[in-house]
Design a protein around this ligand. Sequence first.
Ligand code: BGC
Length: 804
Amino acid sequence: MPTAGTRAWTWTYEGYDANAERLRETLCALGNGYFVTRGAACEVLSGPAHYPGTYAAGCYNRLTSTVAGRAVENEDMVNLPNWLPLRYRILPSDAGPGPWLHPGHAHLTAHRQTLDLRHGTLSRSSVYEDEDGRRLTVEQRRLVHMSEPHLALQRTSFTAEGWAGEVEVESCLDGAVRNTGVARYRGLADQHLRGWETGAEGADTVWLSCRTVDSDIRIALAERIRATPGRGVTPRPRLTVLRAAHALTLPLAPGATAVVDKTVALYTSRDPAIESPRHAAVDCVVQAAHFRQLLASHRRAWENLWRQAKLEVPGDAGRILRLHLFHVLQTLSPHTAELDVGVPARGLHGEAYRGHVFWDELFVLPFLNLHLPQVSRALLTYRYRRLPAACHAAAQAGRAGAMYPWQSAGDGREETQELHLNPRSGRWLPDFSRLQHHVGSAIAYNVWQYGQASGDTEFLHTRGAEMLLQIARFWASAALWDPVLGRYRIRGVVGPDEYHDGYPGAAEPGVDDNAYTNVTAAWVLVRALELCHTLPEAHRRQLYERIELTPDEPERWEDVSRLLHVPYHQGVISQFAGYQDLAELDWDGYRQRYGDIRRLDRILEAEGDTVNHYQASKQADVLMLGYLFSPAELATVFRRLGCPLDDDIWRDTVDYYLRRTSHGSTLSALVHAWVLARVHRPDAWTYCEEALTGDVADVQGGTTAEGIHLGAMAGTLDLVQRGLTGLETRDRTLWLDPAPLPQLSKFAVRIRFRQHWDIDLRIHAEQVRIAVPESENAAVRVRLRERSFGIAPGTTRRLDLPDP
Ligand code: BGC
């Protein structure tokens, strides 16, 4: 956790700690939705403590590696050339130059870095003192521009404390990078770039271009270097095959400060309206304004964003939530709306999960819908463009409709690795997580939620409906009639708890009747039927023709949506058929033996056992239903399925799985916090705290250094926004059913709902206050528990919260 000096809008790390550096690099990353750069030191190129990384959204490349004697392909988000490097040393007048200085050097006497969330800048400050007592203070301000998506800047100031001399500075664009950020992937092919070229344009601008090996994306960066005072300081370009650099010598007078501004542009051949990435990058830095002007426009862009995504929570929780919001907005910003990209599970902050897109968007879009709906729409459009790939995958599997991949990247084919490494045992094991077909329901859910929250019927009735119907079609074809049960069954799947990828000793992978999969599939089928009934005639006709829907299909959907099997045992919903037959794990024994047992799968496999033998889940699975659906909506789905669900069953189900979950995913604590808060359980806060500290305290032991957990970060924001307020957007109405936690009972959010741009929602102990600004042109319809009312523009409504 950051040390002293941390304020509500800043995040400060005092001192240099090589062991914590990679975690700090992730948490201090800067970005703008187009690209993100880790908050690495600029003084060293790389090394055990440092992992500079720059990633452009949607820039992937595929390589083949040999693993356990097999050729395997992996598509990775590519680590692009590093634009940060800038090193410096004191030049003595008589002897040779001093050592290159960096925060790990013995001459360092003080170091601090501060992330300013409000303004989107990273400040680094270092003080060095050499054997001759010469103190050099180096202050740096870095930003990745929020309104000029291709630009990044780094201003570095050098002050000689009481001595005169020179400082030599070397800045470069470093093309000698690989994807080596994740220890587990070492040994796999990692050289994604080739064809480097470098050049200079005049004295102050150099460029570096290259291309990805297989996807053939051309990438170019240009850097402009300017010194102040600039008289007599001329940058000297230095070009090698892999590096485009500048050297300059700064004269320093006692107490005076010399400044070096590094302005960088990054373009790829995926960008619209350019002729070549190299020309675009060079032109961009040549024409770029002065640091001060660019800082001002960057700050304005951030102010605007903070206004659109206002979330005020007091205290420590509020500080962490602001950091989460900052990273969500850096990964998915208004620029994302112009890109063909999905939601990368680990942000654009590191190489874990190879920048792939999972179901995690389920935890992200509901938050974005109410602030930046155009971004949600773009993220759904990423899925729509890959609908043909999903239909192809379904056909290959002998199914109808669309089978979306568990892991998606460039073209929407299944990118889940076939083998994964257990770092504990060193063994490569088959990976069946691709059987998590429930990802399709997450997409359908997001389509529906987006439509409800934004009122964007143009999307919902065309692309949205097409995806939703194709996903429904997939479920209907995956559901097979079991005459003995008198029910439809979906067999051979993996639920959200990916520890259970098969029955002990079974020849085929997968489990049967996963309750989460089946209930969400039933929900998707119902929504598809609803769309069939409500689509405007012209849209319906076009859509039916396009996907060649036959009249008997909706009939079957009707049937399947009523008769999917949901298993139960001991009065609780079973995670899947036969869960109750698995052995009970000796939880206390394992905790005593290993301490942290979040990754129980790895522990057991290393012991020669498998988690498939036990009633032990990685993360919320059945309980996800309480995360996605309000009690009323869940009750409706269960009623339709003819399956029992009342408060007692739900409470017992929550208790049952709570005792059998290891929380091996950051999503788990989040979902548990949400579900427990909704049933007013005092232990909700424990999970809430774990969800809040997931990344800042690196709860999953070293994983944050490899990238943020975007789903959990956005999910904690949504926990306040929708979880604790009970907010739903149905029937053109804002439904509220607040369930604040005692520790989180005072907060405010500003949301955008359909045509309403700024609705202020404030919860304060036992009161809820809803304000609709004068500028709105219609009343907002609200339903709070049993009461319905409209709130006219320019009015505020205060309501006491009845006891739950
Ligand atoms: C979780 C998945 C999640 C993935 C990416 C895994 O550890 O089990 O639910 O989608 O991480 O965040």
